[in-house]
Design a protein around this ligand. Structure first.
Ligand code: AP5
Length: 222
C-alpha cells in the first residue's frame, strides 16, 4: 500500500511567486524542485552552445526553443531522486507542444497549480526582486527583505527583471497559458496569489493535503 510520490506542476505569470512557493512546498513535502528558468540560467552560465542560444530568446522575453528546454527538463525528471521523492515542475510546460511532449514520455501530474496575480502586483514584484547567489533564496526589497546587512550586500538582480522586460514576458505568458491549461483542466486548481506568501502557501498546502488524503482513502478502500 505504498503511496506513489506526488507529481506537481506550478504555473503562473512571471513573478507570480512560483519560485517562492516552490521553496515552501519542497520544505514541507520533500519534492524535487525542477525549475525550467533555473536550468536555463545554469546552462547559460556553463557557456555551452545551447546556453548561448537560450540567452538570445530569454533576453527578448520569448520562449526558448522546445528542444533545448525539454531535453533539460526530461533529463532532470528521469533522475532517481525525482522518481523516488516526487517532483515539482516550475515553469514547464509553457506551451501546448511542451505539454504534449511531457505527456508522450509518460509524465502526468496529479495536480496543476495556477497562481493568479494582478498585473500591477507582478510589475512591482519583478522590479523589487533580488536573489542571494550563495543560498539561492529569493528576496524582495519591500515584501521579503534580506535578514542581515551581509546578505543585503551580496544580493543580485536578474537582467530580465525590468519593467520593460516583464511586459514582454507577460505578453508571451498570455499568448500561451490558455492552451497549456486546456491540457490539465481536470486537475487544475487556481490559487489567489495576491495575498502574502504565507497565505498563498496555506492555500496550496490545503490543496496538497486534500489530494494526499483522497489518495490514502482510495488506497484504504482497495
Ligand atoms: P523563469 O525563470 O521561469 O521566469 P518567470 O516565469 O518569468 O518567473 P519568475 O522566476 O520571474 O517568477 P516567479 O513566479 O518564480 O516569482 P518569485 O517567486 O521569484 O523564466 C525565465 C525565462 O526563461 C523565460 O522568460 C523564458 O525565456 C525562459 N523559459 C523558462 N521556462 C521556459 C519554457 N518552459 N520554455 C521556453 N522558455 C522558457 O517572486 C517574484 C518576486 O515577488 C520576488 O521578489 C518575491 O520575493 C516576491 N513575492 C513572491 N511572492 C510574494 C507574495 N505573495 N507577496 C509579495 N511578494 C511576493
Amino acid at each position: 500500500n505504498k503511496q506513489e510520490p506526488l507529481k506537481v506542476i506550478i504555473s503562473g505569470a512571471p513573478a507570480s511567486g512560483k519560485g517562492t512557493q516552490c521553496q515552501l512546498i519542497t520544505q514541507k513535502y520533500g519534492l524535487v524542485h525542477i525549475a525550467a528558468g533555473d536550468l536555463l540560467r545554469a546552462e547559460i552560465s556553463s557557456g555551452s552552445a545551447n546556453g548561448k542560444r537560450a540567452k538570445e530568446y530569454m533576453e527578448k522575453g520569448q520562449l526558448v526553443p522546445k528542444e533545448i528546454v525539454f531535453m533539460m527538463v526530461k533529463e532532470r525528471l528521469l533522475q532517481s531522486d525525482s522518481q523516488e521523492n516526487g517532483w515539482l515542475l516550475d515553469g514547464f510546460p509553457r506551451r501546448l507542444s511542451q505539454a504534449t511532449a511531457l505527456k508522450e514520455i509518460g509524465f502526468q501530474p496529479d495536480i496543476f497549480i495556477l497562481l493568479e496575480v494582478a498585473e500591477d502586483n507582478l510589475v512591482e514584484r519583478v522590479v523589487g526582486r533580488r536573489l542571494d547567489p550563495v543560498t539561492g533564496r529569493i528576496y524582495h526589497l519591500k515584501y521579503s527583505p534580506p535578514e542581515t546587512e551581509e546578505i543585503a550586500a551580496r544580493l543580485t538582480q536578474r537582467c530580465d527583471d525590468t519593467e520593460e522586460m516583464v511586459k514582454l514576458r507577460l505578453q508571451t505568458h498570455h499568448q500561451n497559458v490558455e492552451s497549456v491549461l486546456s491540457m490539465y483542466e481536470d486537475i487544475t486548481i487556481k490559487i489567489n496569489g495576491n495575498a502574502s506568501k504565507e497565505d498563498v502557501f496555506s492555500q496550496i498546502d490545503t490543496a496538497l493535503t486534500t489530494l494526499i488524503e483522497q489518495r490514502n482513502a482510495t488506497l484504504g478502500s482497495m
